[in-house]
Design a protein around this ligand. Structure first.
Ligand code: GRG
Length: 295
């Protein structure tokens, strides 16, 4: 299966899984249900679900387990974006070209929709019909909790806020991004192998290396896109810091330095998975897509 097809399949599967879930929740307060569904039905690349499916399919996981794990991680990602868009954080009015949740509904419902999405994630992961054993299912829940929490995405967001208007070093920037965005991307890979039977430790370790490399590459490319998008629309000089109060890779390393860093991370990702005794082509293509993506 090629990358385009696999991404489209993941997008469709995660949407259907969550739409089926919402069908079982029709007694919920209607505005809250509408706001929560709005966040999920507002598209997105679904990269994290894609990674769960790609790894799980490569390792012969049970499809129904992958559907739940993929939907769970997308719910966490979606909640993080809804809360990140709130006036208290980034105060954004548009997400993926459409009004953000607090604009389409209101702030209270956006906060509650984010909270709801977070709890749905753990409800799905604690379903009683997983095909894997109880200890592996607990590991799924623990991995997603850790990647989302204090030493993961939320902790990274707090460090990012604390770094606003401060000069930070490259290693501090890397630490923030490994937590804020890298932890969840790496976790998607863990969920894929934790849904799979009999995965060797060496395979897990190689996939973890791949996850760490693409997690950081994703953020470096995000920073590059900010600069290049800004340069294209505003005529700013290349390598300038887009948001003057925020450290980015191009600001700290220059645009060429950031591109070199991304290329290096791409190579690390490829080197991690190439020796595995599985068909890793779609993971390799994904690493290429991450460093070449334009949105
Ligand atoms: C508010 C708890 C809390 C956490 C926020 C991840 C995050 C932490 C905030 C997002 C801020 C941001 C835009 C970071 C840049 C990298 C990123 C996560 C981009 C969005 O991810 P994509 O490109 O989004 O996978 P789509 O739209 O495809 O789902």
């Amino acid at each position: 299966m090629n990358l385009k097809h696999a991404l489209a399949q993941a997008q469709q599967d995660v949407l259907h899984t969550l739409q089926r879930y919402f069908q079982t929740q029709q007694q919920t307060q209607p505005q809250l249900l509408a706001a929560t569904q709005y966040c999920i039905e507002n598209g997105g690349k679904r990269l994290r679900p894609f990674l769960v499916y790609a790894v799980g399919n490569m390792l012969a996981a049970h499809q129904d387990d992958l559907h739940k794990a993929a939907a769970a991680i997308e719910c966490i990602h979606s909640y993080s974006l809804v809360h990140d868009d709130l006036p208290a954080m980034d105060d954004d009015e548009l997400r993926r070209g459409r009004p953000t949740c607090h604009i389409a509904f209101d702030e209270a419902h956006a906060i509650l929709a984010g909270d709801t999405l977070q709890t749905i994630a753990f409800e799905l992961l604690s379903s009683t019909d997983f095909d894997i054993g109880a200890s592996q299912q607990l590991a799924l829940i623990r991995s997603l909790s850790q990647a989302s929490g204090l030493l993961g995405m939320v902790g990274g967001q707090a460090l990012d806020i604390a770094a606003t208007d401060k000069a930070i070093s490259l290693s501090e920037l890397e630490h923030i991004h490994r937590l804020k965005t890298g932890a969840l991307l790496s976790c998607a890979i863990k969920l894929g192998y934790l849904c799979s039977p009999n995965v060797e430790n060496s395979t897990r370790a190689a996939l973890d290396d791949y996850g760490r490399a693409i997690g950081l590459a994703f953020q470096v490319q995000d920073d590059i896109l900010d600069v290049e998008g800004d340069t294209a629309t505003l005529g700013k000089p290349q390598g300038s810091d887009v948001a003057a109060n925020k450290s980015t890779y191009p600001a700290l390393m220059g645009l060429d330095g950031a591109k070199d860093k991304m290329q290096h991370l791409y190579q690390q990702a490829i080197d991690a998975v190439c020796p595995l005794p599985y068909d890793t082509r779609v993971l390799e293509q994904l690493a290429g897509y991450i460093i070449a993506r334009d949105h």
